[in-house]
Design a protein around this ligand. Structure first.
Ligand SMILES: [Fe+2]
Ligand SMILES: [Fe+2]
Length: 134
């Protein structure tokens, strides 16, 4: 069983969004496998990939939300911005050897994803589908 298990309950109905979510789940699971090892450069590289893919994914959702005038755009975007700040700060501290990739940090990412996918992205997806987005 993976650390972060993908489930149909996370599907939003928007193909690009779902594929990007699955990609993030894979990266988090790889990070979990590497945590507790001394593969710091490998972990740093994966954290960077996670940051850039997450940023591109949020840009995609925000573009869709604007295009289809989705309700709660600003509070949804505020959640995205908050996670990007957390990731950026962690990556910088990790790069300065001030941090370990702890289980606590991975659990924070895990819980953020589960909650955000289910509630915020789920709601956004339903509204997008209603408005004809794919
Ligand atoms: Fe998302
Ligand atoms: Fe989102």
């Amino acid at each position: 069983m993976s650390f972060l298990e993908w489930g149909d309950e996370y599907m939003t109905g928007i193909e690009s969004v779902d594929n990007e979510h699955k990609g993030a789940v894979e990266i988090i699971n790889r990070l979990y496998e590497l945590s507790g090892t001394n593969e710091r450069s490998h972990i740093a590289e994966l954290l960077n990939v996670l940051y850039h893919e997450t940023k591109a994914h949020f840009d995609n959702e925000e573009r869709l939300m604007k295009e289809y005038k989705i309700f709660n755009y600003f509070s949804h975007k505020a959640q995205h911005d908050r996670l990007l700040r957390i990731l950026k700060e962690f990556i910088s501290e990790y790069g300065n050897n001030n941090k370990e990739l702890s289980e606590q940090f991975l659990v924070l990412l895990h819980d953020w994803m589960i909650n955000h996918y289910k509630f915020h992205d789920g709601k956004m997806g339903r509204e997008l589908v209603e408005k004809g987005a794919k």
